[in-house]
Design a protein around this ligand. Structure first.
Ligand code: PDD
Length: 283
């Protein structure tokens, strides 16, 4: 089966899918995106992702390219044409194509592309746990916008990969963990409180993060939305990350030092179960 991509109103073979070299996404990273999990052919938390896309577009002043209803049809069609049962769908909206100029002319049509691919659910990884390294957070001050401007993130992820780690946790000037390069960061204190940073402009407010916060609250777990330092994480009972692609993934070491007993912990397991239940995912 050959893959199919959506590009500006057309479904085209993936290998031929292209936008113009003067697309502002290409030249200025002037665009935003979403990654949505597909489980059993269904889009997981689609409404949350489309709401965040509207937010990102609004914050950077890119007009909405189409209604949510139309976007939902495109996403479904890309999933269907690629025969994706379990996987991810990627949606990107840039400001559009124009002669290179930092400022832009109002009214240009945004570019919209979408792709889908199968991906195994992260179950095996969750059973083993993953390692993270820490790096300085070099990003801009609007990390709440899901922009395609990801250079600090990709550089940090590559450092993690070179160190044999799964993820890099970015650390702000106060020594507190902001988030991972493509996931939110969490710890569980020794007395059982689940801690993640407040969703302000220092982090992306993950759709998975929100679902886990809601699931934890509904289950009556002690939840604290506040910053935590690398030292606090190293002394914590557990740590984990959340994202569309990772669900709830235990972190068993930070910078080569074990977290807790160096194994996936019970709270991460419990939250993974609650998340899967809430999102309608088979664990
Ligand atoms: N990344 N923080 C950052 C910087 C992210 O890029 C992501 C998601 C998250 C988690 O958000 P969510 O739960 O909505 O997936 C947090 C996606 C998966 C990516 O870029 O591939």
């Amino acid at each position: 089966m050959s893959r199919v991509a959506y590009v500006n109103g057309r479904y085209v073979p993936h290998r031929d899918a292209a936008v113009h070299i003067e697309d502002r996404g290409y030249q200025f990273a002037d665009g935003v995106y979403e990654v949505i999990a597909v489980a059993g052919g269904r889009l997981v938390d689609e409404a949350g992702h489309l709401a965040r896309l509207r937010y990102s577009l609004g914050e950077v002043g890119i007009p909405r390219p189409m209604t949510d209803r139309a976007l939902a049809i495109v996403l479904r069609e890309v999933v269907r044409r690629n025969l994706v049962k379990d996987g991810v769908v990627y949606l990107q909206v840039t400001r559009g194509v124009a002669r290179r100029d930092h400022g832009w002319a109002e009214g240009m049509p945004p570019s919209v592309v979408a792709t889908a691919r199968p991906k195994k659910q992260p179950t095996a990884l969750a059973a083993k746990g993953v390692s993270v390294i820490t790096v300085p957070d070099l990003r801009w001050k609007r990390c709440d916008i899901k922009t395609v401007g990801l250079l600090p993130n990709v550089m940090a992820k590559q450092l993690a990969r070179a160190a044999g780690a799964f993820e890099a946790w970015m650390v702000d000037d106060q020594g507190n963990v902001t988030e991972g390069t493509s996931s939110n960061a969490w710890i569980v204190t020794r007395d059982g409180a689940v801690v993640t940073r407040k969703a302000d402009s220092a982090i992306l407010n993950g759709i998975t993060r929100t679902a886990v916060v809601e699931a934890a609250a509904a289950a009556g777990l002690a939840l604290q939305t506040r910053p935590f330092s690398v030292d606090e994480a190293l002394g914590a009972a557990e740590a984990f990350v959340t994202s569309t692609t990772s669900f709830v993934l235990p972190v068993i070491s930070i910078d080569g030092r074990p977290v807790g007993d160096g194994k996936p912990g019970p709270m991460a397991r419990k939250l993974l179960g609650l998340y899967c239940e809430k999102a309608g995912l088979g664990e």
